[in-house]
Structure formats: structure tokens, C-alpha cells
Design a binder for this molecule. Structure first.
Ligand code: ATP
Ligand code: MG
Length: 434
């Protein structure tokens, strides 16, 4: 057995080693040939002087199809022609899996491939280092989120993704057959994480899929995304929730900039850490900015894609990428949000990043009577929320929380053009496979 090496730990002086990977490219110059072997970390050049390695090995290696999977054993030699500063002179190889010809799409060809083609052949698309790097960064991002919440005393929970009713009503729910009953895919863990506030767990978080039956073909909506939800008890005001989010998001962005250096270099992006504190704009201020920007929205209207963008451009001019939007009219926000007494406002907020909503949250109504009153005001039947309301009837602390779409956060951090870039196998109204 020779030492097993890869492009991240191979060095001149290693002697005879074996490396595994995909045949990215072969250049045959007659007397010498070059094979670029790609592994998880990079590329190793296999250099084949015909005279030295023999006609047979030369012919076999140079006739491999691109993207075939092989192991190559050979001697590591210094080279000033390659990025690693070394090359491998092969003495033997093993073909594990020959790739079919032609490939469904190129891995190194610089032609612009349509997103649909890429997604249809995602396994191949992901062989591109700049595509794979996004998912390595996503994995690091989730680890950083978990690190931050655990440090702050949050317990990880898992709530059901099959449920009898939705958190916010029917329109965005996927109906499924559940034996002889109808059920729905969960659009949010909202009701469950609030119920958990009555248990003494005090601080919970969940990172899990959320499903939305939205017929929106945009670059920021999918029908299945990963939601990072948090809920915390004993808050004195909504500001406690905003402060917690700020700590978490800052940990994530700062951490990714540091830990993801290699991947960020591969995709050619630099993360700019937003300055703290994250400013708070009121909804009315946003309306004014939007109106001044030429979009005639009225009080109570959703800012929408265009409105969010106008506010984002306005904030960018002041060097602010991340900002909260607070003081939403209660009318525009769900029943579980607390009203600001004596006003038309609520304790709901959004967090926007570079002109796009990445999170919604707020202080919740924890008082049973007020909660029921709010349901009725919204035309909901409290009878439909039995298990939820029970938790409020027998002792519920003041609490608040958030839901953050992790793909939206990643997209904005990395300035990706489409949320589908941040999902391995995205689901949207026209895509159910692969
Ligand atoms: P939007 O108005 O942008 O459609 P929303 O207000 O409907 O979002 P919420 O119900 O507030 O979304 O969900 C909380 C967070 O979950 C959002 O801020 C966003 O980050 C994420 N999210 C919601 N819907 C989607 C979706 N269809 N695709 C991807 N992420 C989503
Ligand atoms: Mg929202």
C-alpha cells in the first residue's frame, strides 16, 4: 500500500503515493500527456512522459473519458508548471467507474449553461468547484448558527412537518393524504415553538424544512426551504429578540468570512460584515422612502419585492446592509403578534438584508384573552387552534421569536443571483425532480 494523498496534503518528497479523483481533462501532445485529476480539494496534474511510463500505460490513461473516476499511483515530482508546484508520474492506475460520452454538461467548459440544464444535471453541476463551494459554505453557516444559539442557551427542537392545520391559513399549504384524513405539510413551526414556551424550555431553536405552496416564480421563492426558527421566553420587549438576532447573525457572518476563506476565494466573493448596531427603520419611514422612490404604496401595503429593493438601495447609500423594519400596522401581521396598545401598530419586525426580507418575527401575544380576541379579529375560529390555545390557558410566559430563511441569508451574504443557487435540489412550482 502506498500513502493515500489528496490535493490538499500532497507534497514534493512524498515519494510514491496514490490519489483518487475524477479525470477532469486530458491533453495528449504525442510524446507526453497531461491529465488533470480533480478531487474534493483541488487538482493534481498527472504528467505522462511516454518513454518513461511505457506505451501501454500511456495509451490506457490517455484514452480515459472525461469525468471517469480513477486512482493513480505514482511518484511525486516537483514542477513549476502546476498550481500545486508538483506533478505525479504514474506507474499504475485503477479505473473505478468510466464516465459515459458525451457528458450531459461540461464541468470545465466555459460556455454558459442554462440554470434548468444545470439543475437537471445537478450531480454534474456540483462537480464545479464554484458550485460545490456554496454548499460547503451553507454547511459552515448552519454550524455557526447552531454554535451561536447554543452559546445563548437555546435547545434544539424538532416539531412535526405533517400537521392538521397551518400556522397562518390555507392559501400557502400543501395538502397531503394522511391515511383517510387530509393533512398539510408544515409551512412554519410557529404554533409548536410557541407551545414550547409554556413548558419551561425557555429558549428553543429549530432548523428544518418549511413548505409553501406559493405559485411565485421569483429568484427568492421556492416551495421548500430551510427555516431557522428561534423562540425565547421572559423577554421584556421585542428589543430583546432583535438583540439576540443581531448577536447570532453577526456571529454567522463574521464566522463565515473567516472559516470560509478558501470557498469564498473559489467563488470570488468577499463577505462584507454589516456594521452594528443594525439600524431600525419604522414601517412608516420605509413607506416614505418607497414613495419618494416613485412607488405609490399606501399605509398597510406589503412593501413587496420592489419596495424592499428601494429601501435596500436607500440604506446601501448609508453603508447599511442589514436593518430591521419595525412598527408594522397590526393589521398587516398575523394573529399571534402582540399589538402595541393604543396604536394601530404591532410588535412585529422584519429583518432585511441588501433590499430583501430574510426574516420575520416579533413579540407574541401571550395573554389568552387577547390572543383569542386577535384570532377573532382576523376571522379565525379559535376552535381550530385547540392544542395551541391550551398552552396559553395554563401559564404562558411573555415570549418572542423569529423565522429566518437560511437560503435567503446565504444568497445575500454571497450575492448570489437566485435562491436556487443555494439549494441542492430546489423545489418550485415547475420543478419536482431531481
Ligand atoms: P416573502 O414576503 O418574502 O414571500 P414571507 O413574509 O411570506 O416572505 P415569512 O412567512 O415571514 O415569509 O417567513 C419567514 C422567512 O422565511 C422569510 O423572511 C424568508 O426568509 C423565508 N421564506 C418565506 N417564504 C419563503 C420561500 N417561499 N422561499 C424561501 N424562503 C422563504
Ligand atoms: Mg415575512
Amino acid at each position: 500500500m502506498t500513502a493515500l494523498k489528496d490535493s490538499s496534503n500532497i507534497a514534493v518528497g512524498d515519494g510514491i503515493v496514490t490519489v483518487n479523483g475524477w479525470v477532469q481533462d486530458i491533453r495528449n501532445m504525442g510524446g507526453i500527456a497531461f491529465l488533470q485529476l480533480r478531487d474534493r480539494f483541488g487538482i493534481i496534474q498527472v504528467t505522462m512522459p511516454k518513454k518513461k511510463i511505457g506505451q501501454e500505460l500511456f495509451d490506457e490513461l490517455t484514452s480515459l473519458s472525461r469525468e471517469s473516476v480513477i486512482s493513480v499511483t505514482g511518484e511525486v515530482k516537483e514542477s513549476n508548471q502546476t498550481a500545486l508546484g508538483l506533478e505525479l508520474i504514474p506507474s499504475e492506475y485503477q479505473l473505478h467507474s468510466a464516465a459515459g460520452v458525451p457528458l450531459p454538461m461540461g464541468v470545465i467548459d466555459k460556455v454558459n449553461v442554462e440554470m434548468d440544464t444545470r439543475l437537471n444535471n445537478r450531480f454534474m453541476d456540483l462537480r464545479k468547484p464554484e458550485v460545490k463551494a456554496i454548499f460547503e459554505l451553507k454547511s459552515m453557516m448552519v454550524a455557526l448558527i447552531e454554535e451561536a444559539v447554543r452559546e445563548n442557551g437555546f435547545t434544539q427542537v424538532f416539531t412535526p412537518k405533517i400537521s392538521a392545520a397551518g400556522a397562518e391559513g390555507g392559501a400557502e399549504l400543501f395538502k397531503i393524504k394522511y391515511f383517510d384524513k387530509d393533512a398539510f405539510l408544515s409551512q412554519s413551526p410557529q404554533l409548536y415553538k410557541q407551545v414550547l414556551m409554556s413548558t419551561g424550555l425557555d429558549r428553543v431553536f429549530e432548523i428544518a424544512p418549511a413548505f409553501r405552496a406559493e405559485q411565485s416564480n421569483t429568484n427568492r421563492h421556492v416551495t421548500e426551504f430551510i427555516s431557522f426558527d428561534g423562540e425565547m421566553s421572559w423577554i421584556q420587549s421585542m428589543d430583546d429578540v432583535l438583540a439576540m438576532i443581531e448577536v447570532i447573525i453577526d456571529h454567522v457572518i463574521t464566522g463565515l468570512k473567516e472559516k470560509g476563506q478558501k470557498q469564498l476565494e473559489i467563488i470570488g466573493k468577499e463577505i462584507v460584515v454589516p456594521s452594528r448596531p443594525y439600524p431600525k427603520l419604522t414601517y412608516s419611514e420605509c413607506l416614505k422612502i418607497v414613495n419618494d422612490g416613485g412607488l405609490p404604496l399606501k399605509n398597510g401595503d406589503d412593501l413587496g419585492t420592489e419596495g424592499e429593493k428601494i429601501v435596500g438601495d436607500y440604506m446601501a447609500k448609508q453603508g447599511k446592509d442589514l436593518y430591521f423594519i419595525v412598527e408594522y400596522p397590526e393589521e398587516a401581521k398575523p394573529f399571534y403578534i402582540m399589538e402595541k396598545d393604543g396604536t394601530e401598530f404591532s410588535y412585529a419586525f422584519d429583518l432585511d438584508y441588501k433590499g430583501q426580507e430574510i426574516s420575520s418575527g416579533g413579540q407574541r401575544e401571550h395573554r389568552y384573552d387577547r390572543l383569542v380576541a386577535r384570532m377573532e379579529k382576523k376571522g379565525l375560529d379559535p376552535e381550530d387552534f385547540g392544542f395551541y390555545l391550551d398552552a396559553f390557558r395554563y401559564g404562558m410566559p411573555p415570549h418572542g421569536g423569529w423565522g429566518i430563511g437560511i437560503e435567503r441569508l446565504l444568497v445575500k451574504m454571497l450575492d448570489l443571483p437566485n435562491i436556487r443557487e443555494a439549494i441542492l435540489f430546489p423545489r418550485d412550482p415547475s420543478r419536482l425532480s431531481p
